[in-house]
Design a protein around this ligand. Structure first.
Ligand code: AVJ
Length: 320
């Protein structure tokens, strides 16, 4: 197994500082969702995926379980590249299918979290002895160039993570990904789909409060990493559906006026009572919109699947 590190602790620390300074001095205040995922945040996200209200993970797994063999046959991929691989849990469905198909030689997981990446890559390396595992600690908005060269690559971006981008960032990401692929190579994209508001809001505001804890965790990350003194319990979890943008928004609402010291940035931040800090968007998609965005970026959508209930979509596209 090989592990290339393109993001060191120092790079991550600098990026967090830059994001926190920019976001906490903006109006409205914002923090990017990638800072949820320290060890505790990653564990909370794994718990979210098991909540009764959080259907996307189960729905995507259902679609992949049913169609993995067809994905293997259609692509005949030699390399499987996974962006934002996390635990690489659902990826095993694809690894198994491609392995059975007989074409797969290499697995390339790419993730910002080096501990999660190391754990997932080590486990897969042990479970698939004849697979060449080449892990990349990197950011999929900056390090697509580091994907090993070759042909017969299938890049997968699962879980609906593409929904964390705003539309302009999404277009840039798809364009950048297309630029590193050769014509004929493949892209498998998982997207959560637009559905009734009650189902969507419940998925981001569960009754056990795990998502609220996940949302407040970004404040704990700032407390630890930047010496801030946020009181996470003084912020309420907010999840709302923006019907015009067709995305879920998560925010943290200050329950009282607060002044927060961020020692590591030499910054004082004031919150008015009721002021909201924007922490995540999770865009929901429609089949036609996904196909149009992929086409604009230089991909040809080839296949489309959903889970039986039609809650989550998986698109297989080919670089044209
Ligand atoms: C990991 C980005 C796909 O947007 O549904 C889950 C993150 N946020 N609950 C999502 C998340 C709140 C998740 N993604």
């Amino acid at each position: 197994m090989r592990l290339d590190i393109h993001l060191t602790e120092a790079d991550l620390a600098r990026a967090l500082r830059d994001d926190a300074r920019a976001g906490l001095t903006a109006t409205p205040k914002t923090l990017p969702p990638k800072w949820f995922y320290d060890a505790y945040g990653s564990e909370l996200f794994e718990r979210i995926t098991e909540l009764p209200e959080y259907y996307p993970t189960r729905a995507e797994r259902a679609a992949l379980t049913t169609h993995a063999a067809e994905i293997a046959e259609t692509t005949g991929a030699k390399s499987l590249v996974e962006l934002g691989s996390g635990s690489s849990d659902k990826t095993r469905l694809l690894l198994d299918a491609l392995h059975r198909h007989g074409t797969l030689a290499r697995f390339v997981p790419l993730d910002v979290s080096e501990p999660a990446l190391r754990a997932a890559a080590t486990a897969i390396d042990a479970d698939y002895p004849d697979l060449d595992v080449h892990a990349i600690a990197g950011d999929f908005t900056r390090h697509l160039d580091e994907i090993p060269a070759g042909d017969g690559r299938l890049v997968v971006f699962l879980g609906g993570t593409i929904g964390n981008f705003e539309p302009a960032e999404r277009a840039r990401f798809l364009h950048d990904l297309r630029a590193v692929l050769h014509p004929g190579e493949w892209f498998l994209l998982g997207t959560d789909l637009v559905k009734d508001e009650a189902t969507l809001v419940a998925a981001y505001d569960d009754s056990a409060g795990v998502t609220a804890e996940f949302n407040r965790n970004v404040l704990r990350v700032l407390n630890r990493q930047l010496g801030a003194d946020f009181d996470p319990e003084s912020f309420a979890h907010v999840a709302l559906w923006d019907a015009k943008e067709e995305w879920i928004e998560m925010r943290l609402r200050a329950l009282r006026p607060m002044r927060v010291r961020v020692t590591g940035l030499d910054l004082d931040v004031s919150f008015a009572e009721g002021e909201e800090l924007y922490t995540e968007i999770s865009a929901k998609f429609r089949r036609d919109g996904i196909a149009a965005e992929l086409t604009t970026a230089g991909f040809e959508p080839a296949r489309w699947w959903t889970d039986p209930a039609g809650r989550f979509g998986v698109t297989l596209a080919q670089a044209s």
